[in-house]
Design a protein around this ligand. Structure first.
Ligand code: PEP
Ligand code: MG
Length: 874
């Protein structure tokens, strides 16, 4: 059977997003429920995929089907495409399953040419409107279809305005517009080497092709990579009869959200412009007015809009982002979608919708993307420093958060500065999809133009990036890389700070402070805790990190890496002395120096965690990592530890390995130098005794051995741990319980987990190493090729970030099943980076782990992800 590629709005509904794209499906849904939507049709995503299969050409059958639908549309509207009496004009808009900045978005007024413009002028009795529409069409079509840069058209427009001393586009006369059109056409001829296409059907096919092509442009690809949107989905194209917001003072256009997308407040939030077309609102060329003001300008249209907005929110049971046009006082809807929102708004909306009885708790939990919470888990400005800071300008609070950094004026410079370890603020006149990489890399965005729905604002909110937009007080000179405000000049590299919650811009850098989980956020977290079965622990090596994690709801430490403790300035000489020791005696002397430090480390951590479980991992990295390498450093160390330079150099050489990650590290260190683990175990048990005696905190340390591959390794080390720990406990008057377990990081350990479980009371999956060893590529070097693997769709995501469930996951499952055959009550957790990744957490829930462990700032994300896993896998 012939594939159907084109669907009239009457033929679809909101469930058909994968075929019709989000925009098309919602236009169909609104048509179905009887809302005033200008008629039109959608060319499906399947058509786009077919276009790519056909080497980027639209086949004849598809063309026929498209033109048949065009004829039906002509009949419905009573106008004809290309007619010299009542010309039908259409908009052409892309619409993928997920809305995607970076793709071609919109062409309006398509169908106009030198003749239909005259017909339009006569039919409407409004010559100015007709020529204004034509100049807009040439400009948009040339930009997105013919790839002639937009600014060249803007120059022509500005030149005409300057020549006649006009301020606003709305002041342009018919003659001005005709002059502009003439110059536009000359520009097209010069740049495109052909005349501007006059045949409407040719215009239409070119526009459809341009939408399909934009699916694969580099900006769209960056966006898809960033948001994990598969590259094979394709985009739909919506072709809709035009309604006109630029017909005069009873016409206008706008965008509004049913609730505030920054805060979640239940109040219409949006902007509109009278006598304008859609792109004027988003482009930020004229400053739009707040939607509330529409009530004064056109009360009836406003009331109708409020009714429709409520209806749509109740219909979709979610906050809506609605585009509308008013043509001669009549309201039309051009789009609705679930509105993008900040994390704070997402939480407030979800919690309040539960309280309003619109959705239930589980829906609220599932609706919020756990990763988005990240936006709320980062520092805000320190109040004291903020009070002393000098405010230099005020813009719009486009996307919340606090950002401090050096200013850069284009995406390229931002990316470069950030790759060199700097924090950067991207400062632009206004942003466009070309800036996406800079927007991803920077800490905050400042624009001089554009409103709350400008490109910068929408994209920044989606990314959770701090943004101050429309800050008209700053004069940005992108060419010379400066901006001026109040007579002061800020150069590239100068520090500024932005407060995206209120729109303030400050001079210099302002220190930041930790966030809190309170109000609706706290409530949502409680709901999450009620439904999740996975426990959430944290990876923390310091009392400070442990305390942050506890504040965020961590229920224990799943991984305390002890190596970081060795690097502190006071200790490193003793660590190095231990490593270069030539005899057991010498090594013991150095270890004795380290013991009190290690004990204090654990006292601090146990105290911060109260009676929550703490897993301490014994030393893991290859010893050479602690040694100096440059001649200068070696000379200094030799002096400090009183050893001759030559011997020290030889030791450093001896310790060098070809393949350190597969070398003398992890438990292998303790097989050769048991004294190191012995010292660490002493420190752990002594600390547990001390906090019990002095602080009445009962800890039951979980002592974890890294990198086990063979059960005999663990047997030997376990005996060492027991004899060391028991000696200390016996010599004290305190009873301390402890557990001994292992990480599962080596494939052989996973495959022999039944044997290993003989000696292990718990397993913690170290999926960083397990991924590295399963794939046999280095976690430190794979960055060089993983990008290419993702591009070629071998990997959907970096397997060091998202667990490879098929391969590494299978090893985990084997280990877990085998481990349970030996020890049915074995405690199971994960402490690799994947413990903080929502998708991987879902997998951990499904295979029945008891806990996940992640970095402190990820704890709330993991709490929500675990709750979602519980709800979605019921
Ligand atoms: C792991 O390998 O997953 C792990 C947590 O250990 P590390 O990252 O310290 O090697
Ligand atoms: Mg490891």
């Amino acid at each position: 059977m012939k594939t159907k590629y084109v669907y009239a709005f009457e033929d679809g509904n909101k469930e058909m997003k994968s075929l019709l794209g989000g925009k098309g499906a919602n236009l169909a849904e609104m048509t179905k429920i009887g809302l005033p939507v200008p008629p039109g049709f959608t060319v499906s995503t399947e058509a786009c995929n077919q276009y790519y299969k056909n080497n980027k050409s639209i086949d004849d059958e598809m063309v026929d089907e498209l033109f048949q639908h065009l004829e039906l549309l002509e009949e419905k509207i009573g106008k004809k495409f290309g007619s010299n009496e009542h010309p039908l004009l259409v908009s052409v808009r892309s619409g993928s399953v997920f809305s995607m900045p970076g793709m071609m978005d919109t062409i309006l007024n398509l169908g106009l040419n030198d003749e239909t413009v005259v017909a339009l002028s006569i039919a409407t009795g409004n010559e100015r409107f007709a020529y204004d529409s034509y100049r807009r069409f040439i400009q948009m079509f040339s930009d997105v279809v013919l790839n002639i840069p937009k600014y060249k058209f803007e120059h022509i427009l500005d030149r005409e305005k300057d020549l006649h001393q006009l301020e606003l586009d709305t002041e342009l006369t018919v003659q001005n517009l005709k002059n502009i059109i003439q110059s536009y056409k000359e520009l097209v001829k010069k740049e495109w080497k052909k005349d501007f296409p006059q045949e409407p059907k040719e215009q239409l096919l070119m526009a459809v092709k341009a939408v399909f092509d934009s699916w694969d442009n580099p900006r769209a690809m960056v966006y898809r990579d960033l948001h994990d949107i598969p590259h094979h989905l394709g985009t739909a194209v919506n072709i809709q009869s035009m309604v006109f917001g630029n017909m005069g003072n009873t016409s206008g256009t706008g965008v509004a959200f049913t609730r505030n997308p920054s805060t979640g407040e239940r109040k219409l939030f949006g902007e509109f412009l009278m006598n304008a077309q859609g792109e004027d609102v988003v482009a930020g060329i004229r400053t739009p007015q707040s939607i509330a003001h529409l009530k004064n300008v056109m009360p009836e249209a406003y009331d109708q809009f409020v009714t429709v907005a409520n209806l749509l929110e109740n219909h979709y049971k979610d906050m809506q982002d609605i585009e509308f046009t008013i043509e001669n006082s009549k309201l039309y809807l051009l789009q609705t979608r679930n509105g993008k929102r900040t994390a704070a708004a997402a939480i407030n909306i979800a919690v309040e919708m539960v309280e309003e009885g619109i959705i239930d708790r589980n829906t609220a939990l599932v609706r919020i993307d756990p990763i988005q919470l990240d936006q709320l888990l980062h520092p805000t400005f320190e109040e004291k420093a903020l009070n002393e800071a000098e405010k230099i300008a005020q813009g719009l609070p486009a996307s919340p958060g606090a950002a401090t950094g050096r200013v850069y004026f284009n995406a390229h410079d931002v990316v470069k500065a950030v790759s060199e370890g700097e924090k950067a603020i991207l400062v632009r006149q206004e942003t466009s999809p070309e800036d996406i990489e800079g927007m991803v890399a920077c800490s905050g965005i400042l624009t001089a133009r554009g409103g709350m729905t400008s490109h910068a604002a929408v994209v920044a909110r989606g990314m959770g990036k701090c943004c101050v937009a429309g800050c008209g007080e700053i004069k940005v000179d992108e060419t010379n890389k400066i901006f001026k405000v109040n007579g002061e000049v800020y150069q590239e590299g100068d520090f500024i700070s932005l407060d995206g919650n209120i729109g303030n811009v400050y001079k210099g850098s302002i220190p930041t402070k930790e966030p809190e989980l309170s109000g609706n956020f706290g409530k949502l977290m409680e709901w999450a805790d009620d439904v999740r079965s996975l426990k959430i622990r944290t990876n923390a090596d310091t009392p400070r990190d442990a305390a942050i994690a506890v504040k965020f709801g961590a229920e224990g430490i799943g991984l305390c890496r002890t190596e970081h403790m060795f690097f502190e300035e006071e200790r490193i000489p003793a660590v190095r002395q231990m490593i270069v020791a030539k005899s057991l005696e010498e090594r013991m002397t150095a270890l004795d120096k380290l013991l009190p430090y290690q004990k204090e480390d654990f006292v601090g951590i146990f105290t911060a965690m109260g009676e929550r479980p703490v897993t301490v991992r014994l030393l893991d990295p290859p010893l050479h990592e602690f040694l100096p390498h440059s001649d200068e450093d070696i000379r200094m160390l030799a002096g400090q530890i009183n050893i001759d330079i030559k011997t020290l150099k030889e030791t450093v050489e001896e310790l060098k390995e070809f393949n350190p990650m597969l070398g003398h590290r992890g438990c292998r260190l303790a097989i050769t130098y048991p004294e190191i683990y012995e010292m660490q175990v002493k420190a752990i048990i002594m600390a547990a005794i001390e906090v019990k005696k002095e602080k009445n905190i009962h800890v039951e340390p979980e002592i974890m051995v890294p990198l086990i591959g063979h059960e005999k390794e663990l047997k030997i080390i376990k005996d060492l741990i027991i004899s060391t720990a028991n000696k200390i406990i016996a010599s004290s008057d305190t009873k301390i319980e402890y557990m001994i377990g292992t990480m599962i990081e080596v494939p052989r350990a996973a495959l022999t987990a039944d044997e290993i479980a003989e000696h292990a009371e718990f397993f913690s999956f170290g999926t960083n190493d397990l991924t590295q060893m399963t794939y046999a590529f280095s976690r430190d070097d794979s960055g060089k090729f993983i990008g290419e693997y993702r591009k070629k769709e071998i990997f959907e995501k970096d397997p060091f970030q998202r667990l490879d469930q098929v391969g590494v996951g299978k090893l985990m499952k084997i280990a877990l099943d085998l481990g349970k055959t030996t020890r049915p009550d074995i405690k199971l957790g994960i402490c690799g980076e994947h413990g903080g990744d929502p998708d991987s957490i879902d997998f951990c829930h499904r295979i029945g782990l008891h806990y996940v462990s992640c970095s402190p700032y990820r704890v709330p994300i993991a709490r929500l992800a675990a709750a979602r896993a519980a709800v979605l896998n019921k």
